[in-house]
Structures are given as C-alpha cells and as structure tokens.
Design a protein around this ligand. Structure first.
Ligand code: ATP
Length: 576
C-alpha cells in the first residue's frame, strides 16, 4: 500500500477544499485568530510600564484588553460559522470519495479499511481542522512576540525561548508515536464496533439468542477494546512523562531569570508578566501543535491519500461505453486473485458472451461464479487477461458511465428501507418517480404481491413501516434490477434463491420472452431454470470446464449432464 502523502501538500489541499466552502469566512477566521495574538502578547509590555508610567500603562492595558477581546470574539464566531459550512463540504467529500472508488478493494483489504476507518471516524469533525491550524499559528505568534519582548530587555532572556524547544520537540515526535499506536489498534477498534453492532442491532438478534452467544460477544468486545486501548494508553503515558520533564526544564530557567532581575523593578515586571505568560504560551503551543499534528494533520494526509487512491483507479479510464451492444462481451484469458490472496479464483477464462443472449453460469459453491459477475460489473479488475466490450477494453471505459449501463440483482442484496417505490426506483434514479417504469419493473419481477402499494414505507422500525419476508425483499431487489431500460449488461446473481422453484421458473420464462440487446448473466444453482439460457458456462475450481446450450451439454454427457440428472431426480423431472 502506498505511503500517506507529505504533510505540507496534504495540508494545502485541505485548505483549498476549505477555501472553496466559503472564501470570505476562512479569510476572516484566519486573520482574526492570528491577529488576536498580538494585543494579547503585548499585554506583558503594558504591564511592565506600571513601574515607570502608571497612566500610560493603564491606558495601554485597557486598549489591548478590549482589542484582544474584540478580535477573540469575532474570531470565535467566524471559526464557528466557517466550521459549520465546511463540515457539510467535508463530509460530502469523504462520502463521495469512498463511494466513487471504483473497485471493492477498500471494503475488503484490512490495511486499507484501517486507514479509512480513522478518516471516517474524524470525518464529521474534519471541519475543525482549520480552526485548529489557525489556533496553532496564533499560539506560535504569541510565543514569538513574547520571546521578542524578553530579548529586548536582555538578550539572555531569549534562552527562555530555547529551553521551551524540548517541549515543542516532544510534542512533535510523540505525535507520530501516538498515531502509529492508533493505527496499529485500528483493526481491534473495528472489531469492537462490529461486535457492538452485532449485540445491539436487530439483524443478528435471532441467531445470537438461539445460540446463546450474548456473553461471548460481550467478552470478545471487552477484549478487543483492551487490545485497542492498552498500547494507546501506554503511548500517551510516555508522552505525558516526556512533557513533564520538558516543562520542568523550562520552570527552572524561568526561576533563574526572576532571580537575576529582583533589583530592576521594570525588568522584573516584564519577566514576571512575559515569562509567566511564556510558560502558558509554550503549553498552549505544545498542546495546539500536538493536537493539530496527532489528529488534524494526520486526517488531512489520509484525505489526500484517499483522493489520490480514488483518482488512480479512474486514470486512463475515460472512454464511453457503447450506446448499444453490437457484438458482445469477450473475456480473454481472464485470471483473478482477490487482493491480498495467492489463490486463483478464476484461471485463464476465455469466452464470448454474444449481444442479446442470456448466459447462465453454474458450478459448485466457491467455483467463482459471483467473482465472474463482479469482474463484469467492474467491481474488481482482472489480475490477468482482459474483458472487451464490443472490442474495447473494459479497463479503459469510465467506470461510472459503465455502471450507468449495468443493472442487476444480487444474492446478498440490501433491503433499502424507504418507501416501496423508492426502494425499487433507486435502480434507475432519473425515473425514481415514474409510476409506469416502477409498475413495469414490479411486473417483470413478479413483485406485485410483495409491494401492492408503492407508497408503503418498508421496514418496521419506521412509522407505519411494514416488514417483508426475505423472499419479498428479494422480489423488491429484483424489481430494482429491472428498472433500467435495455442495459448493456444485466447480472442476476442468484437473485431468486429465496423464491420457490415455480416462481423462479415463471420469472425467467417471462424474462427470456422480453428479449433485449445487452447480455444477461444469470447465476443459479437450479439447473431446471438455467436450461432456457442461450449459453451455459460450467465453472469448476476456477476453470471454465464446459460451455454450450443445454442440449449440447446434455449430449456431451459431462459434468453438467450429471448434475442435471441428479437435480431432475430430486425434483422428479425427467432428464433430456
Ligand atoms: N472478497 C473475497 N476475498 C477473498 N476471497 C474471496 C472473496 N470473495 C470470494 N472469495 C473466494 O473466492 C472463491 C469464489 O467465490 P465466489 O463467491 O465467486 O463463488 P461462487 O461460485 O459464487 O459460490 P456460491 O455458489 O457459494 O455463491 C471462494 O473460494 C471464496 O472463498
């Protein structure tokens, strides 16, 4: 996996993003936050004048206090308003980036998930990045002005600034150590959150109760939290130890400076006021830069990495998909291994799927059927060979445009708990409100009994929501898959596994009669259903072992024919 981009370019990119959210507000927030440091730091000078000119000192103290208060008030409001606007932009940006990553790799590779999970956890607060940066700059400005005042009184007092350096260094170096500890524990963090969801959401509730694993889940979750927090806590304690030592060093130097000025009241006042504030400013600067570096700079680098990662996947992929499939989709020596694994799930598969045909893919569990479907949808790239759409390499076609021309229903469909019409209509967003399109899709999917009323809210957790059976949810998913008119590729990956055999038969007969110009890929374990397909592909242990129509495969009397006869006997059909 690539390294995170450098901190400076990442920060500049984040700043550009924030600037686009609201140019005037970010400028006002920046200027007022840094400017507020000036009158605040100069208060020490006004204070030291007490020894020589009380009237001037009092006037300056009043003017600087009011100026400091005014700027701080404007800065707080500007930062708040800006953060509110930036929050929307940032959250949208992170969500869009994640969903536009064209492949599924980032949902399945642990090291990428860990990198993204830290970013996602802080995405809602990413807008704070700017005010933290401005506050850190303000703290630095206070520190610089105060050191300047002290050196003007006696250049040796500049050493007070030097002995403050270890504290800043500790904060910088320890920030990296804490970040590493956080990333190392990210997978335990994900596991703990997953277990929490497992124990508190309705989906798994039934099995958890039946198998009596509640206590086991609680124990596992506690263990995951412990594994996540122990190294982080250790790193934080070490940071605290180093910081205490660095601050003690500064305290000793400050005491020495006071002792050396006891006989010069104006200088003593300056050292007391400026030096005392220096300690506070060093602590603020350390805290601000530490916080900024541990969280915000790191999040900013992750964001830049995610932007690059998403962009890299669409580089050189800007061709349009064909308006209509003329020839078909050809797989040429397609080989595939899942990211991070060595095993070939598909090995040297070559086949042409003709335009306007239905292709069934059969094979035992784990043979690679769904993987083939995922490659056709471009959820993964083949690790060897290529897929050609009317002769054009799919890898060069804009993935978003390709997906607009793909439709489908999957065995692991998601029950979108919207109204029935919306849950189906998201299959073709431009026509989500088109009653004719919705009704046509419902009819094609045979889902009329599942959704008699398109305005009906689905999901019992919503007001007036109805729950559907698993099979009914699957019909909704199927109707969603039938929303797009004439897709170039329609994938039906065991879309009827929860339906009875008669319903499935009727569905596919109706579907085959409708025709179309694209390719339909159907994955099913029921061979009686797939026999109507124009072409049947038999996968076995990552290889394409048989291909042909039902009649041809039966005549060949190979694996397909054997399986077909076994199923036919079980269902009481006669093989032919
Ligand atoms: N995300 C993944 N990462 C690693 N390996 C995977 C992943 N998804 C699937 N596999 C492996 O790839 C192989 C093929 O899986 P695939 O889902 O394509 O099989 P299938 O033929 O559709 O099986 P089934 O009939 O059970 O749905 C299996 O051995 C599976 O363990």
């Amino acid at each position: 996996m690539t390294e995170l981009p450098g901190w400076l370019p990442s920060l500049l990119r984040s700043l550009r993003l924030g600037y686009r959210a609201s140019p005037p507000l970010i400028v006002v927030a920046f200027v007022t936050t840094v400017a507020a440091a000036v009158p605040d730091a100069l208060l020490a000078l006004a204070f030291s004048l007490l020894a020589t000119n009380i009237a001037l000192s009092a006037t300056l103290l009043a003017v600087l206090s009011i100026g400091s208060w005014l700027l701080a008030t404007v800065s707080a409001r500007a930062n708040r308003r800006f953060a509110d606007r930036a929050a929307i932009v940032m959250e949208e940006h992170v969500a869009r980036l994640q969903s536009t990553v064209t492949t599924m790799e980032h949902h399945e590779r642990p090291e990428i998930m860990d990198r993204i999970s830290v970013l996602r956890d802080h995405a809602d607060a990413l807008s704070e990045l700017y005010q933290e940066l401005f506050a850190a700059l303000g703290a630095l400005a206070r520190l610089a002005i105060t050191v300047g005042l002290l050196m003007a009184a006696n250049p040796w007092f500049g050493l007070l600034g030097v002995v403050a350096v270890p504290a800043v260094l500790v904060s910088t170096l320890r920030a990296n150590a804490e970040r590493r500890a956080e990333e190392a524990g990210a997978q335990h963090d994900r596991l703990a959150k997953h277990l929490f969801e497992l124990g508190t959401t309705p989906g798994p509730a039934k099995e958890i109760r039946v198998f009596g694993v509640q206590n086991k889940i609680v124990t596992l979750r506690r263990e995951a939290w412990r594994k996540r927090h122990r190294p982080l806590a250790r790193a934080r304690w070490q940071t605290a130890g180093w910081q205490a030592a660095a601050h003690a060093l500064f305290g000793l130097a400050f005491l020495a400076a006071i002792a050396s000025t006891v006989h010069e009241p104006p200088t003593l006042l300056l050292v007391l006021a400026a030096g005392g504030r220096l300690a506070q400013y060093v602590a603020n600067t350390v805290q601000q830069t530490h916080f900024f570096r541990t969280i915000w700079l790191d999040v900013s680098r992750r964001l830049a990495w995610l932007e690059d990662y998403a962009a890299a996947q669409t580089r050189n992929a800007d061709r349009e998909p064909p308006g209509r499939l003329e020839h078909g989709i050809r797989l040429e020596h397609v080989t595939f291994r899942y990211p991070g694994t060595d095993r070939k799930v598909l090995d040297d598969v070559s086949i042409t799927l003709d335009a306007g045909t239905t292709v069934a893919v059969v094979g035992e569990n784990g043979a690679g059927k769904s993987t083939l479907v995922k490659l056709l949808c471009r959820l993964y790239e083949p690790t060897g060979g290529r897929i050609l759409v009317d002769g054009v390499d799919l890898a060069t076609i804009d993935p978003a445009r390709w997906r607009e021309r793909v439709s489908g229903a999957f065995q692991d469909f998601f029950p979108f708990e919207y109204t029935a019409g919306e849950s189906i209509g998201i299959g073709d967003l431009p026509r989500i409100d088109d009653p004719v399109a919705l009704r046509t899709a419902v009819t094609r999917a045979g889902a009329g009994d599942a959704v008699p009323d398109l305005a009906r809210q689905l999901g019992v957790t919503w007001a007036n929501g109805v729950d559907l059976s698993h099979g009914q949810w699957q019909k909704v998913a199927l109707a969603r898959g039938f929303m797009r008119p004439d897709p170039l590729l329609l994938v039906l990956d065991e879309p009827t596994s929860a339906l009875d055999a008669a319903t499935e038969d009727a569905l596919f007969e109706r579907y085959a009669d409708a025709g179309g110009h694209g390719v339909t890929v159907l994955v099913s374990h029921r061979l009686a259903t797939v026999r109507m397909a124009d072409l049947i592909l038999v996968l076995d242990g990552s290889h394409l072992v048989e291909r042909g129509s039902h009649a041809e495969l039966m005549a060949a009397d190979g694996r397909y024919a054997r399986l077909y006869r076994i199923q036919a006997r079980a269902y009481g059909r006669t093989g032919s």
